[in-house]
Design a protein around this ligand. Sequence first.
Ligand SMILES: NC(=O)C1=CN([C@@H]2O[C@H](COP(=O)(O)OP(=O)(O)OC[C@H]3O[C@@H](n4cnc5c(N)ncnc54)[C@H](OP(=O)(O)O)[C@@H]3O)[C@@H](O)[C@H]2O)C=CC1
Ligand SMILES: O=C([O-])CC(=O)C(=O)O
Length: 261
Amino acid sequence: MGEARDIALIGFGAIGRALAADLGRDPGYRLAVLTRHAADLPPDLRALPDVDALIAARPALAVEAAGQGAVAGYGPALLEAGISLVVASTGALADTPLLARLMRAAEAGGARLIVPAGAIGGLDYLAAVAGVEGARVRYTSRKPPAAWSEELRALGHDPSRLGAPVVIFEGSAAEAARRYPRNLNAGLAVALAASGALAGVEVVADPEALGNTHEIEVESAAGTASLRFANRPSPGNPKTSAVTALSLAQAVRRHFAPLVI
Ligand SMILES: NC(=O)C1=CN([C@@H]2O[C@H](COP(=O)(O)OP(=O)(O)OC[C@H]3O[C@@H](n4cnc5c(N)ncnc54)[C@H](OP(=O)(O)O)[C@@H]3O)[C@@H](O)[C@H]2O)C=CC1
Ligand SMILES: O=C([O-])CC(=O)C(=O)O
């Protein structure tokens, strides 16, 4: 095996910890973490105090699992410096001027901005049929009330005693990602893959939801598809599905793989 590849993680919360544990078991990777809480890192992880230190470390790839602010704050500089970036906080890309800036930076630096599947799957299918005439995609996010405590209280509901599903939002993926930056990244990933074919997004707090559920319905001249993901919440954050960290680990492996599936 060749020398270990340096990977820089940004953020060390629910996803960052799970991702570090996953990639950390693989001798093919050496990890460093940009975090505001360096003292909380296990001794085998190197702390990066700021984005300049990250760029100076010249990692083979950076992975953001921090928040929309980190994508906007660090993304352009990393990409311009030629460091490809996997973003978990895909909702940040609802900001079209930021997305354009990131794409210009990636082009200038010869790097890639990578949107992983995250909490869902099937983005390849959506992208393949998006241009087919009449293609129409709908996305529904259905999470248990614990993921929507504040929003339910604001609507006059007690999250611990919700008797029936409550629709929190209906509208565009971009507006959903702006309003709910911690809960609607998957909707924006669907929007990027499905492009103009995404007809709408619905967000539901559901006491019967078996975990964080994502439903994608597709109709086009190529056929129909019903995708449904019933995800276990991450132990560290009920808004975040545990599978997201697995998806990011997969995006890292895929980036370097000689066989891409
Ligand atoms: N694409 C997808 O399908 C999914 C995306 N996500 C998104 O992934 C991101 C991470 O999720 P999760 O791990 O659950 O969140 P957590 O809140 O558990 O962790 C985020 C961590 O990032 C740190 N952080 C925030 N901003 C910065 C910054 N500018 N620089 C360094 N560290 C920072 C926070 O620390 P501090 O205390 O310093 O703020 C915190 O420790 C979120 O934006 C989330 O919405 C989540 C699920 C699915
Ligand atoms: O983890 C999930 O189920 C999805 C999520 O939070 C998001 O899309 O932001």
